[in-house]
Design a protein. Structure first.
Length: 233
């Protein structure tokens, strides 16, 4: 069922700010108010956010650069679809970035850095024990990876990660939606192992573990998408 444009969003706090329009629309997409493939209509978005259509248009352009939306002539703007071929492309890029970030972080991380990462994994474990939903765990998961990219000390690497982060978030949300139990079973142990390797300063092993962490997620997602397509056939 098509989701009405503008659902689930509050009004923008400052009129005419394209960056805020992008933030609000992104939040709505990642909250599930606009699922993959949903249309994003400028007029309705502008009315919901109480800002100009021009600001909405500029905000949508920001999201297009992030790869979260796509526009086509006479077809308007839509949230990207989640497909297996595009998942393979996205996760291949993510694996390369995560592997390099983990290797560099292993070379630079001190005791305080790894203790902070451990605290993030502890928070995941606590949330898991409390029965937190997938989106909450995923938010902690992505924050953990943000921290590793910052620890790498490579600004361009971090920029590369932030350039695909929104797409990764959407694809991982789909993975969680299609297999919440699988995600919950792996999320703490896999991140705990990454911290152990960073603490050991083993750059090569950290790189390999980070890459496999991402590629295994891709394999799970692609399997889930195939199974979902089979049920719908």
């Amino acid at each position: 069922m098509e989701t009405p444009s503008g659902a689930g969003m509050g009004r923008a706090r400052r009129r005419g700010l394209a960056a805020e329009a992008a933030d609000r629309i992104r939040e709505a997409i990642l909250a599930g108010h606009f699922p993959p493939g949903a249309p994003l209509r400028e007029v309705e978005l502008a009315g919901s956010l109480d800002i100009s259509r021009g600001s909405v248009r500029e905000g949508l352009a920001v999201l297009a650069r992030e790869g979260l939306t796509r526009s086509a002539w006479h077809r308007g703007t839509k949230v990207i679809e989640v497909t297996a071929p595009e998942a393979e492309e996205l996760y291949a890029v993510r694996a390369a970035l995560e592997g390099l970030a983990a290797r560099l972080a292993a070379e630079r991380a001190g005791a305080e850095d790894t203790a902070e990462l451990d605290s993030r994994v502890d928070e995941m474990a606590a949330e898991l024990a409390r029965g937190a939903d997938g989106p909450r765990l995923l938010a902690l998961d992505l924050d953990f990876h943000d921290r590793i990219h910052r620890l790498s000390g490579n600004r361009r690497l971090y920029d590369g990660w932030t350039g695909i982060r929104s797409q990764v978030h959407l694809y991982q949300l789909t993975r969680v939606r299609l297999g919440h139990d699988d995600y919950r079973a792996a999320v703490v142990a896999e991140h705990r192992e990454l911290v152990r390797l960073l603490r050991a300063g083993d750059g090569r092993a950290a790189r390999e573990a980070a890459e496999e962490h991402v590629l295994s997620a891709c394999r799970v997602l692609c399997r889930q998408l195939a199974e979902a397509a089979g049920r719908e056939a």
